[in-house]
Design a protein around this ligand. Structure first.
Ligand SMILES: NC(=O)C1=CN([C@@H]2O[C@H](COP(=O)(O)OP(=O)(O)OC[C@H]3O[C@@H](n4cnc5c(N)ncnc54)[C@H](OP(=O)(O)O)[C@@H]3O)[C@@H](O)[C@H]2O)C=CC1
Ligand SMILES: O=C(O)[C@@H]1CCC=N1
Length: 278
């Protein structure tokens, strides 16, 4: 592709599902011209929605969207990535685009091989708060990616929240387990806190309002205050008070070990997705 940083690259999303929609929404909101974004998506209703909401050009087949695009964002499930790549080999070899994959587990070496070899490939792991511009993305680039292409990839993901570049690709599965999947852990906590509040006599509406704002307030403190999480936690925990009673119950129940096991399971699943779909 042309390495010039002075122009807006044309981006083709291959797969127009949940995550692609979040990224496209963020890019358009940040002022990226809709006519520089194309999407390939087999589901007609998803194509229509993307076209209507963001004014982007949609096609049914991957090759139609990828043709002539400088950057390809591969946003299909890991289980179909090899098959989707196979259809794109002639175009990839003729055009040599920057390839950005957001798939869990799939490595840059696999993508490069599946697309015929000798290609710049960036592996990215965003998360769904991207939809509100509140995401975070881990990024890893293979050795064939130029500095200008890294900047192009960064600009794409930075439209939906901060980016963190990762030096060791093996740790991208840990990025996926912590921040890619992480919003679901917070939603699970919200579900459990709401149910527990109702069990203690609150109305469902009151429990929901209390939990929502508590999570937002605590997350805002984590981001805006200089102190680490353990210090902020200590400030809530009056000796002999209510918080101490709850925290002791969490600790006695093995909360930290459980979180460790959950994140290890997600990391391991990323590795399995790579091996099982090779
Ligand atoms: N959801 C999340 O929170 C995150 C997801 N990811 C990664 O993003 C990727 C997409 O996930 P998500 O958006 O949730 O999944 P979705 O299933 O919502 O989106 C994938 C879309 O790709 C479509 N598709 C299938 N085959 C093709 C093809 N040949 N050409 C074009 N499009 C095709 C699918 O259609 P159909 O349904 O008909 O198969 C589907 O609409 C995954 O690899 C996932 O690991 C990364 C970070 C976070
Ligand atoms: O659950 C998954 O596999 C994807 C990747 C991270 C979030 N969702």
């Amino acid at each position: 592709m042309n390495d010039s940083a002075s122009r807006t690259p044309t981006v083709a999303f291959i797969g127009g599902g949940n995550m692609a929609r979040s990224l496209i929404g963020g890019l358009v909101a940040r002022g990226r011209p809709a006519d520089a974004i194309r999407v390939a998506e087999p589901v007609a209703a998803l194509r229509d929605g993307l076209q209507q909401d963001f004014g982007v050009t949609c096609a049914e087949h991957a090759t139609a969207a990828a043709e002539g695009a400088d950057v390809w964002v591969l946003a299909v499930k890991p289980q179909v990535m090899r098959e989707v790549s196979a259809a794109l080999v002639p175009l990839a070899q003729a055009r040599r685009p920057l390839v950005v994959s957001i798939a869990a587990g799939i490595t840059t070496a696999q993508l490069e091989r599946w697309l015929g070899g000798d290609l710049p490939v960036v592996r990215a792991m965003p998360n769904t708060p991207a939809l509100l511009g509140a995401g975070i993305t881990g990024l890893f680039a293979n050795a064939r990616t130029s500095d200008a292409q890294r900047a192009d990839a960064d600009a794409l993901l930075d439209a939906v929240g901060p980016t963190v570049w990762i030096d060791d690709e093996a740790t991208m599965d840990a990025v996926t387990a912590v921040s890619g999947s992480g919003p679901a852990y917070v939603f699970l906590l919200a579900e459990a806190m709401q149910a527990a509040g109702v069990a203690q006599g609150l109305s469902p509406d009151a429990a929901r309002a209390l939990v929502q704002q508590t999570l937002l307030g605590a997350a805002t403190m984590l981001v805006k205050q200089a102190e680490p999480a353990d210090v902020l936690r200590a400030r809530v925990t009056s000796p002999g008070g209510t918080t101490q009673a709850a925290i002791e119950t969490f600790e006695a129940g093995g909360f930290r070990e459980l979180v460790g096991r959950a994140i290890a399971a997600a990391t391991q699943r990323g590795r399995q997705l790579s091996a099982a779909n090779d």
